[in-house]
Ligand binder design. Structure first.
Ligand code: GTP
Ligand code: ZN
Length: 351
């Protein structure tokens, strides 16, 4: 096969590089990760692969291991072995569940995160703010999608409420996920070579919208559903979908439970920080202190009580994560010789 064809195929699944690897290595994208290994896609075929030994070394920062979305150089064979992870253009991460702090890479090289919420009972601005806070430092751009426009009578009010709450630069679209007209609305985020992930709670309409974007008819939809119940196998099939618009959609189970990492600035709430600067006391607790600018804004409606509560919640969660992270770094510094093999590690994590 010609080099041009290989490059063209890789570009369709989001590769932005110029030249293919030499020395017998080949290039592919990680589309799924299982306990038993990785699934790679080269733009044409899906196949299993194992990480080379150096990725399994103890003490290696988990963030350096191959992750969903990565472009990797692999050595063909049975099985193929991943040798190298190419530089990532964006990294989505979250705090791993559990008592021990761990920052986990969920997906890389994602251009757009489509945050989907139903305009019906699922509508929840606080959840949208949580997603946006997580995406904040990833390099990926968030797009807020409000589904079930056709089912909701007060859609316009909800859209206006959210528009007033989110920063103006975050694109927002109210859609009917079943209507093929949505494809045109979303096409600018799904252009050839772009990668998107679709996140949102159960029932928000992720499968429905995915099928619409794929142009799958109803029969095929139920076939996809039947597959879904079989779990792991489905992830394989649906892990990287090449859409007719030219972009690709990455479906990773990692996006389902999202915890802050402790590194977020909560930029979304910068106005609240500015407000707090105006309080009479520098250490104002924003409770019953006189001259509290936050209370004043809550009283006169400039700041909504719900948004304030969500800010406090996300801030507490971030502080907890940051404290756990700090404690872990201290343990690492204390417990290891200075001349340790991965000396760059602590440095990176402090960034
Ligand atoms: N009328 C209408 N129904 C929708 C729309 N989006 C989703 N639905 C319906 O809402 C229900 C849930 O949609 P799904 O696509 O299964 O939701 P999901 O986000 O994939 O849910 P999980 O698979 O549990 O994560 C289905 O009955 C869809 O037909 C929409 O925009 N309009
Ligand atoms: Zn105050």
């Amino acid at each position: 096969m010609s080099e041009a064809t290989l490059i063209d195929r890789l570009r369709h699944i989001g590769w932005r590089g110029e030249s293919l690897p030499s020395g017998g290595l080949r290039l592919a994208r990680v589309v799924a990760q299982h306990r038993a290994g990785y699934e790679l896609h080269d733009g044409e075929h899906l196949f299993g692969a194992q990480p080379a030994g150096h990725f399994l070394k103890r003490g290696l920062d988990p963030a350096e291991r191959p992750a969903v979305g990565d472009f990797v150089e692999f050595e063909p064979g049975a099985p193929p072995h991943i040798q190298k992870v190419l530089a990532r253009r964006t990294v989505l991460s979250r705090a791993a569940a559990g008592e021990r702090y761990e920052r986990q890479v969920i997906a890389t090289n994602i251009d757009y995160v489509l945050v989907l919420t139903g305009l019906d009972g699922d509508f929840n601005p606080s959840r949208i703010e949580r997603y946006l806070s997580l995406i904040e430092d990833s390099g990926a751009r968030p797009v807020v999608l409000l589904s079930k426009l056709d089912l909701t009578e007060d859609a316009a009010d909800r859209v206006a409420e959210l528009r007033g709450r989110l920063p103006g630069e975050v694109p927002m679209h109210a859609i009917n996920g079943k209507d093929p007209a949505s494809i045109a609305v979303l096409a600018e985020y799904l252009r050839p070579g772009d990668s998107a992930v679709l996140v949102g709670s159960s029932g928000a309409g992720k499968s429905t919208l995915t099928n619409t974007l794929l142009g799958v008819d109803r029969m095929a939809t139920s076939a996809v559903r039947a597959h879904d119940s079989r779990g792991r196998h489905t992830t394989t099939h649906r892990a990287l979908l090449q859409l007719p618009t030219g972009g690709c959609l990455i479906d990773t189970p990692g996006m389902r439970e999202l915890k802050l990492t402790g590194d977020e600035n909560l930029d979304l709430f910068a106005d609240i920080d500015e407000l707090a600067e105006l309080c009479r006391f520098a250490d104002c607790g924003h409770g019953s202190e006189p001259g509290c600018a936050v209370q004043e804004a809550l009283d006169n409606g400039a700041l909504s009580a719900e948004r304030w509560r969500n800010y406090l919640k996300l801030r507490d969660e971030r502080e907890d994560q940051a404290a756990t992270l700090e404690a872990r770094l201290r343990r690492q510094r204390g417990g290891r010789p200075i001349d340790r093999p991965h000396g760059h590690r602590g440095q990176r994590e402090r960034d």
